[in-house]
Ligand binder design. Structure first.
Ligand code: SAM
Length: 244
């Protein structure tokens, strides 16, 4: 139970909670729905494609559904999950029709779960997203991403989802207006985003966190912030270092 009475999950495998104990729902609203500017995007274009890194308990999907349902427009919410048991757990235990109604499907080589309520479509790609993302985008004919909720476990515990190569893949699958938002303010993450071609911005943090990070495409960075990142002695994260 977190401070706003929403629940989170502790993963034994990754040895970490899925959310801040200051409030799982409130943190999701702040970091992702607001951080990625989903509502203004939907109001402007009447359509938005959101990619979430890590389905977990489905809170990212549910909060986005609740906060966007009064705005006219189509939402394509694409998530991913390594542990299929978590998706099945939400189908069996969550009372919300969006999660309860998820159905397993396959298209070409991609295994996924899907459900739609009115204009909101949820797809969850099953398996290691580092291996599946490029083919899944083709197999499911997914539109380019306008928003990315970078919500993996921490870089220490879940490093494969924070490398320069991962951020390069995400960039290659995104629209030019894409906003990537993450709770992490770690310098190696900011460096890796920059090395992958993202412009990097600092945003205030939720709860006890002083700041978080935003990535954008084709936006000029604050020159002083750029110098800070470039001059930092910290290293980028990359796939080669993980294999050592
Ligand atoms: C912090 S939790 C996400 C919480 C979720 N966004 C929510 O709102 O409930 C991170 C999730 O990423 C998943 N994950 C970790 N590595 C993965 C990978 N390589 N591919 C797909 N999912 C992964 C974990 O199993 C975990 O459920």
């Amino acid at each position: 139970m977190t401070a706003d009475n929403s629940t989170t999950l502790y993963s034994e495998y990754f040895d970490e909670n899925c959310h801040s104990t200051s409030g799982a729902n409130a943190e999701t609203d702040f970091n992702y729905v607001e951080g990625c500017e989903v509502i203004p995007k939907l109001e402007q274009d009447r359509e938005a494609t959101i990619f979430e890194v890590g389905y977990g308990l489905g809170i990212g999907a549910l909060r986005t559904y609740e906060l966007t349902k009064k705005v006219e427009g189509k939402v394509h919410f694409i998530s991913c999950e390594l542990d299929e048991g978590l998706i099945q757990w939400t189908i069996e235990n969550d009372s919300h029709p969006l999660l309860k109604g998820l159905t397993a499907r396959s298209s070409h080589g991609t295994h996924y779960y899907e459900n739609s309520i009115e204009d909101f479509n949820l797809k969850i790609i099953v398996g290691d997203i580092r291996e599946t993302i490029i083919n899944a985008k083709k197999d499911l004919s997914l539109p380019n991403f306008n928003a990315i909720y970078q919500d993996a476990f921490s870089p220490k515990k879940n490093p494969a989802l924070w490398t320069t190569e991962w951020f390069m893949d995400l960039k290659s699958l995104s629209a030019t207006d894409c906003v990537l938002s993450t709770y992490s303010a770690a310098m190696p993450i900011r460096k890796s985003l920059l090395a992958a071609g993202w412009s990097v911005f600092k945003r205030e943090g939720y709860g006890e966190k002083r700041s978080t990070t935003i990535g954008r495409i084709e936006k000029e960075m604050n020159p002083e912030f750029l110098r800070n990142i470039e001059n930092s002695p910290e290293q980028t994260l990359n796939d080669k270092l993980l294999k050592k």
